[in-house]
Every structure is written in C-alpha cells, then in structure tokens.
Design a protein around this ligand. Structure first.
Ligand code: ADP
Ligand code: MG
Ligand code: ZN
Length: 515
C-alpha cells in the first residue's frame, strides 16, 4: 500500500547546468514560496490532544485525530487567533467568513484519507512583506506580495524500517506515529515574485528569514527550521529576458534551512537554464533538495494535476471572525522585526554593517533582553557579538541556544563595570557559565576570579616583579616610563591575569619613584 506514495526513481540526469552568471545573462527568474508553520498551540487543530514534541509514538491521539467513526472535529480558537494575527502582521485582509475544506488523497500517515485545509476560502488574503537584501551597492528592499494565509492540519510521521537508507526502497516495513497528525499548520503562499534578477536566491532567503522572525515576534510558533516547525516549498521558473510569459515552474519541497533555500533557488536556475539551452522543456514537477550535492533530484511529476476533490467540510462550522475580534487581535501585534531594526539602529547608533551583523547573528532580541537587565547597549552588543558569537560558532549552535541567559550576560557586564572583573576574567566567567558551573557570581567565587586590586596582595606581586626584573626597573627609574609595561606584564602573569592592571601600574611607578 505504501508504494502509492513512492516518488518516481531519483534521477540526477538531464542536461548539464549552465553556470549562474551566464544563466542570468539570458534568463529572468520568477519565484514563489509556500511556507508551512507549525503553530505552538497547547492542543491540536480539531481536538484536545496535546502537541508536545518527542512523546512516545501514538500516545497523543484520540478518536477525532484518528478519524474514528462518529467523532467530530471542533476548531481550536487559539489556532484561528494565530492565523489572523499572522495575516494582520503580513498586511493581509481577514476574510469575514470562510469554511474549511476536505482535501482528499490517500496517505498512510493521514488517518482520515483527507486533510482538513482551506481551499478557496482562506482566512487571510492579499498582504505583503518587505525584505532587505545586501548588495555591493548597499541594502536593497523588495516587496514580496502574499497571496494567502490558510489553516490546515499536519499529517503523522512514517518511518521506513529495516533498510540501509531509511527510505522506503529496501525497507522491510513501515511504522506510523500519529502524534503529529492534527497539529495546526499555517500555510503562507506568496504571489509570484518577479524583478529580482540575480538576487533571486538572496530574496528567497531573506523572505524566509523575515517571515521566521515575524512569526517568532508574534509568539505563535517556535519556527525551528531544523526541527521542521517551519518548512518551505520553493517554486522557481525562468523565462528568456524580456519574454511576456513566465516559464514552467518546478517546486522543491520541504527545504529546511535558510542556506538551503538560497542554494536551492540558485541551483534550480542553473539546472533549468541547462534544460532550455539543450532545447528541452522544463517539466512541472516536485523536486527534492540534496544537502550534500547542493542540487535537487526529480520527485513527482505535476503535469497532470492531482484531483483532490475539495469540498467544504460538513462537520465544521464556518470561521466568521467578527470585526471586533479582529481589531482586538490587531491590538496584540507587537513591534515587528522591521520596526525593531529601525528603532535599535537609531537607539544604539549602529552603522549598516553593525546592524546587519546583529541581524545575521539573530542577536537583536538577545542584546535587547540584556539591556533590559541593566547592561549598557554597547557592552551587551560587544559581548554577544564577539565572545559569545565565537563560542556559538565553535559549538555549532545558534547564539540564542547557548546555555547563558541575557540576565547572566548582564551580570557579567556589571561585574566588569564595578571593577570586580577585567575583560579577560569576564571571558572566563562566561566560559564557566556556559560549562554549567552556575551563575556568574558562583563562577567568580568557585574559580577565584576576582580582580586583585587590594594594595596588599597586589603590592606583593609588584615588589616581586621589580625584584625579578632589576634591569627594567632601572630603566623606569631612569625615566623610561614606557618600560613599566613589562613590569605590569609580569604582575599580570604572576596573578594569572587577575590583577587590576591600572592599579598595578600606579603602584609600580610609585615604588620606582616616578609616580
Ligand atoms: P500549487 O497549488 O500547485 O502549489 P499554487 O498556486 O499554490 O500552486 O502556487 C505555488 C507557488 O508558486 C505560489 O507561491 C505562486 O506564486 C508560485 N508560482 C506560480 N506560478 C509561478 C511561476 N511561473 N514561476 C514561479 N513561481 C510561480
Ligand atoms: Mg500550493
Ligand atoms: Zn486527538
């Protein structure tokens, strides 16, 4: 039975791709993105089953999401709320009335044999999202028009067992987990995106990043692409420059990282140019992006449109959000990423490059939270963008996933400001917090990291440094004050970097009679 869903055999054959710049000299790309976002509601779209990730298979199911006879779905109000809030944030209009539709097809991980979705009556339509792309000439803005936002439910998850590859080919049997079946999804569909030229891959990526940040700001999903709570289908076509018709598009399914979106668009432009240059035609099909090769392979042909036999779901009442409710929800829309960027740019007095670095590192929220905990913006930005970014890169995690909180970062900064820590010691405290050694103050205590600035302990180290370097001491006595740096160095070394360097220098000069 499961063979019904097997894609046609993967092939990478076909004409050689045309190199990107050359393809762009001849052809104009058109893009379309379909993005699925898993909502972070406590319960499923049409039943009260919990949605927590990672539970034992088939423990979060009930007669409704298993589609047992006699069960009836009820719409999750929180999911509708999320859909409307996203629609409003995307400048859409909200439909005053709309029905759910049954999309009929057979899939082993879909217990009903149909998916409840929205077809010709989506909840939100006709919006836009502005995105910014960096070019050698500076930042460039593109407006991406949004066709629709609609609600639907997720399917279960099939695993193919016994084979070497985890794919259905060569597997002995398949098992299905219905925990995910019925989790609310929003699908956001763009209108065809034109006029991007060679920036098409970056525009696609910037759109997905902007949408992700916007959804995160709304707090309706954790939008983790690597965990599948946000997935993009990337439609690409190319047409000869100046042609008045668009080309045939392919649809690369479920691309699951920003980088892959960019690469998928680029490689698809190159591939389609190769097909056209060879005198062949682009086939309308789904494709699957391969991380390892950076190319996609052919999936299911869409030449003959599948007939989903959509019809309004008779078990569900229409969704008819009142104007008052929509306005209530509009009032809950927080500051959106674009506005936030403009604000922090002014507030923190950033250059284009500094702002871009913060955005790319996904650090604005972290710096803001650190500032809210009392740290000066410049110090907060420095710590997140230098030391912590370096460690995130080292550990191959996102900055926000480092095991340190903005409050802890703010405390480290405060310790430096009050003179308890030098910058160097601060780095060790950060290291300790990241290693799970506790709060910054606990790390300072446990590792004995306080700056040595009391004149007793410091004085002894200074005396030692002078005694151990008589030549240098003489030079300083003779007026070569610059030579004192070497003595400060010796003090720092003797105190394992814990000395207050400024105070050490003062003491040295005092002792040598040049203070
Ligand atoms: P389907 O239901 O087959 O997925 P849609 O109408 O939902 O088709 O369109 C899918 C996406 O492809 C949309 O984002 C749309 O804007 C985009 N699109 C439509 N035509 C083209 C084209 N010629 N080239 C690139 N993208 C296109
Ligand atoms: Mg579609
Ligand atoms: Zn259920």
């Amino acid at each position: 039975m499961a063979h019904a869903v097997t894609p046609s055999p993967a092939t990478n054959s076909g004409p050689a791709p045309v190199e990107y710049e050359q393809a762009l000299a001849t052809y104009e790309p058109v893009l379309g993105l379909e993005t699925h976002i898993e909502l972070g509601t406590a319960s499923k779209m049409f039943c009260s089953c919990p949605t927590a990730f990672g539970s034992e298979p088939n423990t979060q199911v009930c007669p409704v999401c298993l589609a047992l006879p006699g069960s009836l779905p009820v719409v999750n109000e929180k999911a509708v709320e999320g859909a409307i809030r996203l629609g409003l944030a995307l400048n859409c209009s909200v439909a005053p009335w709309g029905r759910f539709a049954r999309k009929n097809y057979f899939y082993p991980d879909m217990p009903k044999n149909y998916q409840i979705s929205q077809y010709d009556e989506p909840i939100c339509v006709d919006g836009h999202l502005d995105v910014t792309v960096d070019t050698p000439e500076g930042p460039r803005e593109f407006r991406v028009e949004i066709e629709r936002v609609h609600m639907e439910e997720d399917t279960g998850k099939t695993s193919h067992m016994g084979g070497a590859t985890g794919r259905i080919h060569g597997a002995d049997y398949s098992i299905v987990d219905y925990n995910r079946a019925g989790i609310p999804l929003l699908e956001i569909v763009t209108k065809p995106i034109t006029g991007t030229g060679e920036l098409a891959p970056q525009v696609a990526r910037a759109y997905a990043a902007e949408l992700r940040d916007l959804v995160r700001a709304l707090g309706i999903s954790d939008v983790r692409m690597e965990e599948g709570s946000m997935r993009c289908d990337v439609n690409v076509s190319i047409n000869p420059r100046g042609a008045d018709e668009w080309g045939t598009r392919s649809e690369t399914k479920n691309v699951n990282s920003l980088r892959s979106i960019e690469r998928a668009v680029r490689s698809e432009i190159e591939r389609q140019a190769g097909v056209l240059e060879a005198g062949q035609r682009v086939v309308q099909e789904t494709r699957h992006f391969q991380e390892n090769t950076g190319r996609s392979i052919s999936g299911r042909s869409k030449e003959e449109a599948q007939d989903y036999r959509y019809f309004p779901d008779p078990d569900l009442v229409p969704v008819a959000p009142s104007e008052e409710w929509v306005e209530e929800l509009r009032a809950t829309i927080p500051e959106l990423p674009a506005a936030q960027r403009a604000r922090v740019r002014a507030e923190w007095d950033l250059t284009d490059t500094e702002l871009r670095d913060l955005v790319n590192a996904d650090a604005i929220g972290l710096v803001e939270a650190t500032v809210a905990e009392g740290a000066p913006a410049s110090e907060a930005r420095k710590l997140w963008m230098n030391e912590l970014s370096r460690r995130a890169t080292e550990q191959e995690v996102e900055l926000g996933d480092l095991p340190i909180t903005p409050a802890q970062v703010a405390r480290v900064i405060a310790l430096v400001e009050e003179g308890t820590l030098t910058n160097k010691l601060a780095r060790q405290v950060v290291e300790g917090v990241l290693a799970g050694e506790g709060e910054p103050d606990e790390v300072v205590e446990a590792r004995g990291l306080k700056v040595v600035s009391d004149d007793g302990a410091l004085g002894a180290a200074v005396d030692e440094a002078i005694a151990g370097n008589p030549d240098i001491a003489d030079k300083v006595r003779g007026g070569k004050v610059a030579a004192a740096g070497a003595l400060v160095g010796a003090v720092m070394k003797a105190t394992r970097g814990q000395a207050d360097a400024g105070r050490a220098r003062e003491l040295i000069l005092e002792r040598l009679g040049v203070g």
